[in-house]
Write a protein that binds this ligand. Sequence first.
Ligand code: ADP
Length: 376
Amino acid sequence: MSEVTETLVMEVLATVVGPDGRRTLTEAGMISGVAIKERNVQFSIEIDPKDADRMEPIRKAAEAAVDGLDGVLSVTAILTAERAAPSAPSGDGAKAADAPPRPGRKSGPTGVANIVAVASGKGGVGKSTTAVNLALALKDLGLRIGLLDADVFGPSQPRMLGISGRPNSPDGKVLEPMENFGVKAMSIGFLISEDQPVVWRGPMVMGALQQMLADVAWGELDVLIVDMPPGTGDAQLTMAQNTPLAGAVIVSTPQDIALIDARKGLNMFRKVDVPVLGIIENMSVYVCPSCGHEAHIFGHGGARREAESLAVDFLGEIPLDIDIRTHADDGDPIVIAKPDSPHTKAYRDIATTIWSKLSGEAAESVRRAAPSIVVE
Ligand code: ADP
């Protein structure tokens, strides 16, 4: 079986005619993000959003063309509208696209103001617990919040949010998000049964995330928290790259090893120009519930020191506490179950910092998108 290479993929895509009926997809410069992992191919077709309907057959044709290559196992082509539509070739009198490409954010689901990834360099550090409590703490600030469980390898948000059942889809295309505690939620866990094994390949992960972003009626949200799959592999990188993220929050435990992983997470977001809003140290201090003695089971302060040395903000620390675990695992997160506890306050303080950063970022992106004056 011959090797599947990017050159071969581009060659075959050079036979698919684009939306203008003249130039091929490659001639029109519409192909980006070709990723090949174990013979699974993924790429994006950059389109003008107004062409979305008529691009669907072209997307299918592009997938079919690549699928025809020897040795290809699966193909996922995604339509993206990240930048302004490719301009018409010079010389035919056509004007370049009216609006200049906007620096900064890619466009996300309409109505969602900020998408924030909660990520960790490795599993088991409490990323999902942090994501759900932050979502609830942000909601308590009076904001409209959604939680997208993109941790397709171990979706835990249905359990943590205490939601069961399946989402409705009145038109058979768009899913209505589930909701509890005033937070809208979508998870692959609502769509597959817990014991159903799913072998996720990189492109499938991306496809699932794209669908949960684009094909869910999120409505108007101030923040959509994305609980990312743990780690910094290709799937996570592609997600970070293709999702219009306003920022990322890294969750780490204090031990050195977890911090090394956290550093990888941080670098992944930096590589794709997503602002890292800061690091949270989870499972920080352990306070004995009977005697009040403080123990630093996983060490303490490592994330703060690491944040300093990496020039990224330290957002706060969450103790290792049995209440945090039991309430999260019982579908009644501590921010809801014990609103007056010091732990809830810790989540609220972090949520407040995140929101002030996002609202500052929003203002900054509006400034950046302001029209610039060009003197001809
Ligand atoms: P991840 O998403 O990083 O894999 P989870 O959020 O699922 O991690 O957490 C793993 C386990 O640790 C869960 O049982 C959770 O309840 C528990 N946990 C998370 N954070 C804390 C904490 N601060 N104190 C006590 N238990 C915690």
